[in-house]
Design a binder for this molecule. Structure first.
Ligand code: B12
Length: 431
């Protein structure tokens, strides 16, 4: 059955070979299903749940949540504007302990553009200055000789430039120059090539180019766009993904903006789309941020379209999903081995959990059973593991999640569901 489905999809996809890298009409029901997974987010208006990426994804999609979107944007505005502006005045504002990061501020600015708003007025100017200050700090951290690293990442650096660009705010040549240098000298990533980061840099450059910003750097910008595109194409896996399934949406966003033409790009995109659509049917897209990066692609849109978005385009109204309660069978218990070998005192334990549990459930159970401690931190992508056995990941380190012996997981602790007999390793690594 699945094969037949895949075959039909393939036929549909082949029909659209004429658009070099544009995804063909996608079954609207599939898009609606994805959109429905974002609906619960639209009801969560508390600070820790507000997610500008979700808003941007919905607005650039072919589906909508009616009046809730308005309320959501209002909550985002209250939260981001008040917090950022207040924290600029006083460092110890009790309401705003977690000052939005450069990346979150950038996503907030993209959210405003997704509603066809330009940042305006005195408050708006201060938000723009704040973002420019963030970028200046990052520029200093990278240093004159380009040997340092941004405090956040080149992903957020690219996102920052993109956000300013879609608001028609010019970015100084020397700020753009840092990202150009990183692309030209392969310094976007530390250990291995990150398709997501390259794609984000490419989207930022594409916006600068289309807006005719930084004319002195035009040639370098054009070359850098070409470089990231070529590298992304080279990172295509035999299954068709650019990098992995979750970097493919951003990669396609970039390739869709491409002035490149030719059979090579067409075939690569076609392969990626077939792989992506098959993974959609397998339910790979559950994470809200991942869905929010994918929805625009399924609607032929990219973040670069935020230069002049179409806010009047008709979108299909989402209905809440009708949930069929799963049949309650005898819940089966499975065993997952949890191991931490990168510390002086290694830990290895079989943890019994109910089938279908997430890795986070395994960690909780291990903690309950004793001998295992961990800490996590909320992020837009979900809970991020920050500390294991009392050892906190330092600067440019992280607790990597692996399927033993050596396969990094492609999902976080909340989304990944280990199978019976699987061994999961938590390993402290540098990045
Ligand atoms: C930079 C980055 C990292 C950096 C983060 C550190 C830093 N200082 O920036 C490093 C290299 C450490 C990292 C680690 C991991 N990452 Co990562 N990462 C990204 C990237 C490129 C950008 C994130 C970002 O800045 N977003 C923008 C800001 C504004 O949002 P934010 O929520 O404030 O950002 C924070 C979180 O995203 C968090 N974070 C980073 N990665 C992940 C992954 C998960 C699952 C969670 C919950 C949080 C998280 O770090 C960010 C900075 O504080 C995204 C790409 C993408 N397409 O989104 C992948 C991405 C989110 N990561 C991914 C994965 C799988 C991981 C790991 C689970 C890999 C692993 N096997 O261990 C680990 C996290 C493990 C853990 N301890 O919980 C996947 C998630 C896919 C999914 N289904 O959700 C993505 C999409 C990459 C991909 N294509 O596979 N990552």
């Amino acid at each position: 059955m699945r094969h037949l489905g895949a075959f039909l999809f393939l036929l549909g996809v082949l029909g659209a070979l004429t658009d070099i890298c544009e995804i063909p009409e996608v079954d609207i029901q599939l898009v609606e299903k994805l959109g429905q997974r974002l609906l619960p987010w639209m009801d969560r208006l508390s600070r820790e749940h507000l997610n500008p990426s979700v808003y941007v994804g919905l607005r650039l999609s072919s589906v909508q949540d009616g009046t809730k979107e308005k309320l959501y944007l209002r909550s985002l505005k209250l939260d981001y504007q008040q917090c950022l502006l207040r924290s600029a005045l006083s460092e110890n504002d009790s309401d705003c302990q977690a000052k939005p990061s450069m990346g979150r501020l950038s996503l907030y600015l993209l959210a405003l553009r997704a509603n066809c708003e330009f940042i305006r007025g005195h408050k708006g100017d201060r938000l723009i200055s704040q973002l420019k200050r963030f970028l200046e700090d990052e520029k200093r951290a990278i240093g004159h000789n380009h040997k340092g690293h941004p405090h956040t990442s080149y992903y957020q650096y690219g996102l920052g430039i993109l956000a300013l660009c879609v608001h028609q705010k010019r970015v100084h040549n020397n700020l753009v120059g840092k990202l150009l240098y990183a692309v030209e000298h392969d310094r976007l990533h530390q250990s291995h090539f990150s398709v997501d980061t390259a794609a984000m840099a490419g989207l930022a450059f594409t916006c600068l180019k289309r807006s005719n910003f930084n004319p002195d750097q035009r040639h370098r910008i054009t070359m850098a766009i070409r470089t990231v595109q070529e590298k992304i194409l080279k990172a295509q896996t035999p299954e068709g993904y650019f990098g992995n399934v979750y970097s493919t949406p951003l990669a396609l966003q970039l390739l869709m903006t491409s002035p490149m033409s030719g059979a090579e790009l067409g075939t690569a995109c076609l392969k990626a789309k077939v792989a992506l659509l098959a993974s959609l049917q397998d339910g790979a897209f559950q994470n809200a941020v991942m869905i929010s990066q994918l929805l625009p692609v399924l609607n032929h849109k990219t973040y670069v379209d935020l230069i002049s978005p179409d806010c009047l385009a008709p979108r299909v109204m989402l209905e809440p999903a009708t949930t069929t309660l799963p049949q309650i069978q005898d819940p089966e218990t499975i065993n997952v081995t949890l191991q931490v070998l990168s510390l002086l005192q290694p830990y290895r334990q079989a943890i019994p959990v109910l089938a279908g549990s997430s890795l986070e459930d395994v960690l909780k159970k291990a903690h309950m059973l004793g001998g295992f401690i961990y800490e996590k931190q909320a992020s837009l992508s979900g809970p991020y593991l920050t500390s294991v056995m009392g050892k906190e990941a330092g600067k440019r380190e992280f607790w990597q999640l692996l399927q033993a012996p050596n396969t990094p997981l492609q999902q976080g602790i909340a989304d990944y569901r280990p199978k019976d007999g699987e061994a999961i390793e938590l390993r402290l690594v540098s990045w």
